[in-house]
Design a protein around this ligand. Structure first.
Ligand SMILES: Cc1cc2nc3c(=O)[nH]c(=O)nc-3n(C[C@H](O)[C@H](O)[C@H](O)COP(=O)(O)OP(=O)(O)OC[C@H]3O[C@@H](n4cnc5c(N)ncnc54)[C@H](O)[C@@H]3O)c2cc1C
Length: 426
């Protein structure tokens, strides 16, 4: 058996580590110069950034397990915070150190910035979801589910909407209620540590993909960067991959390229017409990250906090998270009017918000806007995501957009990669 993997993002490297662990030598082809895909490190003005500020949850068990397996140390690699939702000056919820789900119920009932009736309503809603085992008889939008359970506009805007956008990167009137419940079930309902928020202290290429590449090479595999796959050619006894360096035949291929690239690579294979149609039907949602380099003494009141009804949805203080003092990141997820602004103007809006909310009068030395227009698929209700197994024997699909319970997240990507590895080794 000699499987190949197209793409060295989190899905591809998870699949590769899992195969290597089983003693199967694997070859990874990554088109970019570095590994990590949408979660990769980026250097700007001699400063280590990420392609976008990311956050992991304690319930991302497989991602965290793999990081440790390839040599990471979770204590050192992450700033781990107990569940908290802080919309500066408007709303604040903090989970006490109690067993789940009591920690959440106490947090909801004691939240600041909502009348007691609304907090009680939110706690009742969580109890109702628990009674339903977080399963809906039929999927609907998050907005519809909230309306069914009497969650009023203020409660939706301060609590459920920020949670939904952070988890699904999709606005509540478009987002799948069932997928949100899958995340809430795993994050909030089991162990308290599952709801912890983990902010990486190292960049996303170093955190897992680069360590995974070293692990794969130590286990007899190969990882090629700057080596994009141009064509997938089905053969009688395997699958051939063509790159600029030549062609090579493999027993199995896992394609983990992002959806638009995967559709192009699969398009010439007539057996995969339905898969390509499924991929083409996915819509996408953007994420913008605005990095700002302030003088080192500038800091936020918390490592991570949100703003209510502002352009900047979440702010991260990289000084408190990773020792990069004065470096702030503002994240704007999902579609919105921010997409209409030129990058310079968007950055100026964020700077004005930081001045108005926290009195940061200094002018940043530089800013960098990273606009990922197709950051994730739009996580709509009843979405038909392509399964990992395809109609072409030996060809599998992994990636955050493939079938699974999770929205487009690192854990969703990793789970899809692990599933492909299990299918191959079985
Ligand atoms: C700005 C931003 C913020 C995000 N925030 C979070 C967050 O906080 N928490 C979270 O869990 N998730 C977050 N996500 C989502 C998360 O990053 C993705 O779900 C995950 O990285 C997807 O991994 P993947 O391996 O499926 O795909 P990708 O990361 O897209 O990997 C695919 C790889 O294939 C390579 N490739 C493409 N074409 C070829 C080819 N022809 N040959 C070889 N290689 C090829 C690409 O270069 C890439 O490396 C965020 C995403 C973005 C963009």
């Amino acid at each position: 058996m000699n499987p190949a993997i197209i793409g060295g993002g989190y899905a591809g490297m998870a699949a590769a580590v899992s195969l290597a662990e089983r003693g199967i030598p694997v070859t990874v082809f990554e088109s970019a110069r570095q590994l990590g895909g949408r979660a990769r490190g980026v250097v700007h003005q001699n400063t280590q950034l990420d392609n976008g500020q990311h956050l992991l949850l304690g319930c991302y068990h497989q991602t965290l397990r793999l990081i440790e397996q390839v040599g990471g140390n979770l204590e050192q690699d992450f700033l781990r915070l107990p569940l908290q939702l802080d919309l500066h000056g408007e709303f604040s919820l903090r989970a006490p150190r109690l067993p789940a789900p009591l920690h959440l119920l106490v947090a909801l009932l004691n939240a600041q910035g909502l009348p007691f009736g609304a907090r009680l309503n939110a706690a009742r809603f969580m109890l109702a979801l628990r009674r339903m085992n977080f399963r809906l008889p039929c999927d609907m939008t998050v907005a519809e589910l909230l309306a069914q359970h009497g969650q009023d506009a203020e409660l939706a805007q301060k609590l459920w909407e920020p949670l939904c956008i952070a988890a699904l990167n999709t606005p509540i009137h478009k987002a799948s209620a069932q997928v949100l419940l899958n995340v809430l079930r795993d994050a909030l309902n089991q162990s308290r540590a599952d709801s912890d928020m983990l902010l990486p202290r190292v960049d996303f290429t170093a955190l897992f993909p680069q360590r995974a590449a070293n692990y794969i090479e130590r286990h007899g595999g190969k990882v090629f960067t700057s080596c994009g796959v141009e064509t997938i050619i089905p053969k009688d006894d395997g699958i051939e991959l063509a790159t600029a360096q030549g062609t090579e035949q493999f027993s199995h291929v896992i394609c983990t390229a992002p959806p638009t690239v995967a559709a192009k690579l699969l398009h010439p294979i007539s057996l995969l017409e339905n898969t390509v149609a499924q991929i083409d039907s996915l819509e996408h949602q953007p994420i913008y990250t605005v990095y700002l380099r302030y003088p080192a003494h500038v800091r936020l009141p918390h490592p991570m906090l949100g703003l209510h009804r502002r352009f900047s949805q979440w702010l991260f203080d990289k000084g408190q998270i990773a020792g990069q003092h004065g470096l702030l990141a503002a994240v704007i997820s999902a579609e919105g009017i921010h997409q209409e602004l030129p990058q310079e103007q968007l950055a100026q809006r964020v700077i004005a918000e930081l001045r108005a909310e926290f009195g940061i009068a200094e002018v940043p030395e530089w800013f960098k806007v990273i606009a990922e227009k197709r950051a994730t698929f739009c996580c709509a209700p009843n979405l038909c995501r392509p399964p990992q197994q395809t109609a072409l024997p030996g060809l599998l699909l992994a990636g955050d957009y493939t079938a699974g319970a999770y929205p487009a997240t690192l854990e969703g990507a990793v789970l899809s990669g692990l599933r492909c590895a299990s299918l191959i080794s079985a």
